[in-house]
Design a protein around this ligand. Structure first.
Ligand code: ADP
Ligand code: MG
Length: 390
């Protein structure tokens, strides 16, 4: 699950990480009031920041400096409600519904620091660079030597010498080295304790006044661990998520929208991946990934059809079910029942394989509904090709 920058800063702040907070606002008036309160505390310059579930906001015009309260109003008016396009949003962009108003810092240098899981090494990895502020992917590609990596065994935790090593590699010395090492340690603690899959600070800055502080923060949380953190689960902002994916989640369906024209409904993630390959081979493009899980019954199949058909790009649907524990005749009855309830205007091809596959085929063929059935993968692929008119 993704959270907004201001929420990531709240999480990190709770673990003592030095983050620059601010006030989040839904309206221009709220933003102005927040800036006025900051002014009373001695702040003279402000930064108005779009809050969307994507990075690269600065590049897209979603992060603006304001030199006065009037400018805060001006920038807030421009950013709130804008369709913000960044390298991470996709071409249509994302509507800005919230903004964060913060104090502008005197930046002496921008650093990058991030923590994530290195699955291959079965350890957490902390990555840091003196080249923060820009896209870290570019640095990693062009000048990988500018990224320092430290692997942390999660059962041992981050060691003090490791945190100090990173701080020194970033060029810090003396008391600042200790402060930076403390920052790294607290960041790692926050990552681990909140069951994050990513905790990333870009930029971490050294200010002209010598402070070390995070100006931006990104946290992704592990969905499977959210049950342990009701306070974090409550940070979910469904308005930022794909509406079809939200709907699928309610039916315990694993759905990811893609850009193609063939909708697919499959049981098991591996078979779903294989089916997507098959669709490509047949000359189509998968419109989605959809794993209906272990129980492909009438209810889940119907919800699956509705979700797939909400995508206007879908020109054909391929159902590919392997009957292991779930029997094909039951699945076939589910498909027939669901097809009666949902108005399916595109060709539907059903491939059943495994336990009671033939009985399943019979049920489909005798249903009186226009469903193409197949037992072999190749046969299913050919029928998809034919349905697409290729
Ligand atoms: P994004 O990564 O989505 O572009 P950031 O929060 O990192 O958004 O902001 C982009 C850039 O704007 C930062 O690299 C930094 O140079 C500048 N910036 C952000 N917040 C502040 C701030 N409070 N004071 C001064 N500069 C800032
Ligand atoms: Mg950033």
């Amino acid at each position: 699950m993704k959270v907004h920058e201001y929420q990531a800063k709240d999480i990190l702040g709770n673990y003592g990480v030095a983050v620059q907070r601010g006030s989040v606002a839904d309206t221009v008036e709220e933003a102005v009031a927040a800036a006025e309160a900051m002014k009373a505390d001695g702040v003279g310059m402000y930064v108005v920041k779009a809050q969307i579930h994507a990075g690269g906001r600065g590049k897209g015009g979603g992060v603006k400096l304001a030199k006065s309260i009037d400018e805060v109003r001006e920038k807030a008016e421009a950013i709130l409600g804008m369709q913000l396009k960044t390298p991470q949003t996709g071409p249509e962009g994302q509507e800005v519904k919230k903004i964060l108003v913060t104090a502008a810092e005197d930046i002496a240098h921008e650093y990058y620091i991030g923590v994530t899981l290195d699955r291959a090494r079965k350890m957490d990895v902390i990555m840091a660079s003196t080249e923060g502020g820009v896209e870290i992917e570019e640095v990693a590609e062009a000048t990988p030597e500018k990224i320092v990596k430290v692997w942390v065994d999660p059962s041992l935790g981050l060691q003090r010498f490791q945190a100090q090593y990173i701080a020194r590699k970033l060029g810090f010395e003396g008391d600042q080295m200790k402060e930076a090492a403390k920052f790294v340690t607290q960041l790692y603690t926050a990552y681990q304790k909140s069951d994050a899959t990513i905790a990333e600070i870009n930029p971490l800055v050294r200010t002209e006044q010598g402070q070390i502080i995070a100006l931006d923060a990104k946290i992704n949380l592990d969905d499977n661990a959210l049950f342990r953190h009701p306070d974090l689960a409550a940070m979910r902002d469904e308005a930022e998520e794909d509406p079809l994916e939200v709907e699928a989640g309610k039916h315990h369906l694993n759905y990811i929208k893609l850009d193609g024209n063939v909708g697919c409904m499959v049981n098991g993630a591996g078979l779903a991946m294989g089916t997507m390959d098959l669709i490509k081979l047949a000359g189509g493009e998968p419109a989605n990934f959809l794993d209906v899980g272990g129980t492909a019954n009438a209810e889940t199949v119907e919800a699956g059809f509705r979700i797939i058909l909400s995508d206007p790009n879908v020109e054909a649907i391929l159902v590919n079910i392997f009957g292991g524990i779930v029997r094909c005749d039951r699945v076939a009855r589910g498909v027939v029942e669901a097809a009666k309830n949902v108005d399916i205007q595109v060709p539907l091809i059903v491939r059943l394989q495994g336990t009671n596959a033939e009985e399943g085929m019979e049920i489909i063929q005798n249903s009186g509904i226009e469903i193409e059935s197949a037992i072999q993968l190749k046969e299913a692929a050919d029928k998809v090709t034919a349905a697409l008119g290729k």
